[in-house]
Design a protein around this ligand. Sequence first.
Ligand SMILES: C[S@@+](CC[C@H](N)C(=O)[O-])C[C@H]1O[C@@H](n2cnc3c(N)ncnc32)[C@H](O)[C@@H]1O
Length: 298
Amino acid sequence: MDDLKKQTTKDGSLSLYSLNFQEGFHDIDGALKESINKYLIPAQLDQFSKTEKIVILDVCMGLGYNSGCIIEELLQHNYKIVWHGLEIDQRPLNIGLNEKKFNELWSQKVLNFFNSLKESGKWKEGFNEGTIHWGDARQKLHEIKHSLRFDLILLDPFSPQKCPELWSEEFIYLLSEKLSLVGRLITYSSAASVRASFKKAGLKIYSIIPEIDKQNKWSSGTVASKKELNQQCISKNRQIKDLSKKEIEHLATRSSIPYRDPTGRANSKDIILTREIEQTKSQLISTSSWRKQWKAAQ
Ligand SMILES: C[S@@+](CC[C@H](N)C(=O)[O-])C[C@H]1O[C@@H](n2cnc3c(N)ncnc32)[C@H](O)[C@@H]1O
């Protein structure tokens, strides 16, 4: 338990800090706020049909905020849900469920979802069903029926420099194969390496527009999809947008060099090292020179 420290974020919601990964689970501004702004809103749930099941994959469930927010909304509007989760550590969900502050955030139905996963790894309620696959996401992804396609993939590992194994070109490719034709892969990351891997996997990419009080940031994350999103989705309420010129150029710098893990079993140090070597040998413009050019032009 020692490596996970509880912390209260600025919106009052509970989060954790991992001493092993040396990173917090959430933005310090708010665990709940982050899930709403970076996962629930960009999912634009009203695009989905209520007559068909909406199929969700939560990669790195942690305390469960991303799925919690989305399932809360879907249940309120009578959507039918099929849910799968990937998570290596059972402790975050247990810690959350032991905290009053966490329990108070959710309806009884969402608490049933969390408690069922905790008790049995399964959730069943009417037409809705879910399974959590405890273990390394790279291996556990293969437990999911091959033919299942996801309408939402919520990708929320620690940052690429801390957990490169879940941002590798190969893992992203496997996720992209599991996306349905109308599906969205959503992540808080706007890293060039991650976006370049989405593009290499054949996905179209969009930028999550930062909230009003964070307009100094370029982006709050990325939405990737197999098909181009229609303009209505893109312009709706300033939630997602096409990449800016700056974001496109960023993809041509050395930062775009991917994390590689062809065996799906490499350790993070090796993945980082291999990428660093590839970056030093690369003909691409260094990200620092590109940044200087941008500053000079402003
Ligand atoms: C940033 S936190 C996720 C936050 C989470 N979405 C939430 O709402 O609380 C990253 C999570 O990735 C998990 N994780 C780290 N390495 C993993 C791996 N190889 N496979 C699956 N999960 C992993 C950690 O245990 C942690 O819960």
